[in-house]
Design a protein around this ligand. Structure first.
Ligand code: SF4
Ligand code: SF4
Length: 362
């Protein structure tokens, strides 16, 4: 029987020997895993849409695990923009070893009435996407420093997906058998080799890197599970990066028109849907933790203008316009009026309280 899950290791930019060694150890271990097919390729974000590595990825139709030096959210939506889709596989690895476990923290998305929130929430682009019925698991190589952690997680996922495949075949052939039901109820073993032996042909278990000459790239990636197709990014960007498809859905049409190092439009997206995967700030690079909590903004709670991020974006865009030899535009172009702070005509209670505190001259 052939291997049933593909694993792709996307190499990082860094020359840090510890990082290179981690990649190599993971690949070496995976080559002894009978259940998986392994491919190694250059950094996912840098791949050209028509390059050999992306074509290889596009040719994989089974369940897929991608290990990259990127937040999983960034990996998922880079794949999506290249036509590589699937249901989101849930990994048990933390996003990043430095990330704090904030599962108990209050998120602005926590709600006492989630049903009401769902009704009020605008439609997301993901709801109109056709998502293939297979799973894609995105693992951040920064989530651990040892290969064993990744191998165990890959084994767990391989087992999870294999059990589901076996059970589905069983069910398709008739009613579920008692042994299927019993096996699904069992805890996952640490090593799946012996639980469900799967032997792949040597030719399917490639370990050498896919050759493709790449250069560092810089462009926005849209998280379609957050995007509402509001078009604020297309109005804001003056470099022709964004466009729309035949269904009038936003897309990153000319990614390489984006100005290197500038993340301006990510600051004006009202849904925090725009990711620059290699930006140093986790909020912009696609950390799911930060994306969920970005709306906690103390300055807004205390009545400060709501356009702090927009101010920065306007300044960053003006800098890029100047560097490109063009005239600056400030906030006169492409900013939704509701993003520009205007003085409230009538002071509210909070304004009056702040005025009173100011008057105390503490
Ligand atoms: S601004 Fe954000 S939410 Fe609006 S279309 Fe662009 S990516 Fe989507
Ligand atoms: S960062 Fe600047 S140039 Fe790049 S897409 Fe956003 S607005 Fe356009």
């Amino acid at each position: 029987m052939a291997s049933h899950i593909s694993v792709v290791v996307s190499q990082g930019h860094s020359h840090n020997p510890a990082k290179r060694r981690l990649e190599e150890e993971i690949v070496a271990c995976l080559l002894t895993e009978p259940a998986v097919e392994v491919n190694v390729m250059p950094h996912l974000y840098d791949l050209k849409a028509d390059g050999s590595a992306m074509l290889c990825l596009q040719g994989i139709s089974r369940d897929l695990i991608v290990l990259a030096w990127l937040y999983p959210r960034a990996t998922r939506w880079i794949l999506n923009r290249n036509g590589i889709g699937g249901q989101e596989g849930i990994s048990l690895l933390k996003e990043n070893e430095d990330a704090e476990d904030d599962s108990d923290a209050n998120s602005p998305e926590d709600s006492s009435n989630p049903e009401q929130d769902a009704e009020l929430s605008p439609a997301r682009v993901i709801e109109s996407l056709e998502i293939p019925n297979r799973k894609i698991y995105c693992l951040n190589l920064a989530a651990a420093t040892d290969a064993d952690t990744f191998i165990r997680e890959i084994q767990r996922i391989a087992h999870e997906t294999k059990v589901k495949t076996v059970e589905t075949i069983g069910w398709l052939n008739g009613t579920p058998k008692a042994e299927h039901v019993q096996r699904m109820a069992q805890p996952l073993p640490g090593n799946v080799d012996h639980a469900i032996p799967v032997v792949s042909k040597p030719s399917e278990r490639v370990g050498s890197p896919i050759e493709e000459k790449t250069e560092r790239r810089w462009y926005p990636v849209i998280d379609m599970s957050r995007c509402t197709n509001c078009m604020e990014c297309i109005d804001f960007c003056l470099f022709g990066v964004y466009g729309v498809d035949q269904q009038d859905t936003i897309l990153v049409e000319q990614p390489d028109n984006c100005r290197k190092g500038c993340p301006a439009c990510s600051r004006v997206c009202p849904e925090n849907a725009i990711i620059f995967p290699t930006h140093k700030s986790p909020a912009i690079a696609g950390s799911a933790d930060v994306a969920a909590s970005l709306k906690i903004d103390l300055s807004k709670l205390f009545g400060a203008p709501e356009d702090d991020g927009v101010d920065v974006a306007v300044r960053e865009r003006d800098e890029q316009l100047l560097l490109a030899g063009r005239d600056v535009v400030g906030d006169s172009v492409g900013i939704a009026r509701n993003q520009i702070a205007t003085p409230t005509a009538e002071p509210d209670d909070l304004d009056r309280l702040i005025d009173q505190l100011d008057a105390l001259d503490l």
